[in-house]
Design a protein around this ligand. Structure first.
Ligand code: HEM
Length: 290
């Protein structure tokens, strides 16, 4: 979706929430949008959607910035090691440089002064490693921390994408002594744990994507007089393909969730699939029981 449309939607939705809860902070300004989001965690998923693949939803683009896939080349390793106190000096005050860290890597974001400089909408990221807040949306001081333990799989993907973003758009200038690197800039055990969480999350996402391609969602329509109809076509559930498939109920492994999936003939015996009652096996469209 194009950025202008997204931003308009974002502003509209958030403005309604702000107007409802806090009419006094109704400013068309991302700083306030973020302040409000920090107060209402339910909005964070919306925030994540806005930033596409850097968040933890399944959206994929952040048009201007980058297609945030795997980094194409290994970044050149800087040798400078910052302490937290040193890093805190780089918040862009009095026209000075602005640095931020994500997962222990320090980036020079001075050219993003409008975002990160004093008074900028993202100034809270400057001079600190606020890795966790990139995916939780908790921009309060206690949320702006480098500890990324215990996040969800989608959050680790989001963090990976933010790191790719900074690596591509800004200069990687040093390492931060702390959780991820020691005083000599050597990787810590925590660094390797984090790598592993991200790796597992990435492979989990790959599996999920493959599963979605194997069993795409059906098309669904509802008419009050007829009820719901599900059907398959060469494009459903956002998956374009060269086969149509047959609508089936798809049960999650724990049987807690059910959705309609289009399945190819070769997969029809999969134990997670069930036929719809009163719908022929080879029909590509089924009416659901009312
Ligand atoms: C977890 C939530 C969010 C985080 C962590 C986040 C973080 C960021 C960061 C770090 C930047 C600066 C990127 C750069 O250096 O170029 C940025 C830019 C921006 N953000 Fe957010 N943001 C969030 C949610 C939102 C939401 C909900 C909106 C919508 C109102 C928004 C609007 C913008 C805009 C308009 C820009 C600048 C335009 C651009 O993307 O190039 N952000 N965001």
């Amino acid at each position: 979706m194009n950025k202008l449309l997204k931003l308009s939607l974002a502003v509209l939705l958030l403005a309604s929430v702000i107007a409802w809860f806090q009419p006094n902070v109704l400013h068309n300004n991302t700083k306030y949008l973020h302040d409000v989001a920090a107060k209402f965690p339910a909005l964070v998923s919306f925030f994540k959607w806005f930033h596409g693949s850097k968040g933890s939803t399944t959206a994929t683009d952040h048009s201007d910035h980058a297609q945030l896939k795997e980094p194409t080349s290994a970044p050149v390793e800087p040798t400078r090691v910052f302490t937290k106190e040193e890093l805190a000096n780089y918040k862009g005050e009095n026209g000075g440089d602005i640095y931020l860290a994500i997962m222990g890597r320090v980036f020079d974001v001075t050219r993003g002064r409008d975002f990160y400089g004093p008074g900028g909408g993202y100034a809270f990221f400057s001079g600190v490693d606020g890795s966790r807040a990139f995916v939780t949306g908790d921009f309060k001081p206690e949320g702006l921390i480098d500890d990324i333990t215990g996040l969800g799989s989608q959050d680790y993907i989001g963090l990976r994408d933010w790191l790719d973003f900074y690596t591509k758009d800004y200069e990687y200038i040093g390492k931060l002594q702390g959780l991820f690197f020691d005083a000599d800039g050597k990787t810590t055990e925590y660094y390797h744990d984090a790598q592993q969480w991200i790796k597992e999350a990435s492979s989990h996402k790959e599996d999920e994507d493959l599963f979605k391609e194997k069993f795409p969602m059906c098309n669904i329509e509802y008419k009050p007089e007829e009820g719901s109809r599900v059907w398959c076509s060469t494009k459903s559930g956002g998956i374009k393909r060269d086969w149509v498939g047959f609508p089936r109920s798809l049960y999650s492994a724990d049987s807690k969730n059910i959705r309609c999936a289009c399945a190819q003939e070769a997969d029809l015996n999969d134990s997670l699939l069930k036929e719809y009652p009163n719908c022929p096996k080879d029909a590509t469209s089924c009416m659901l029981p009312k």
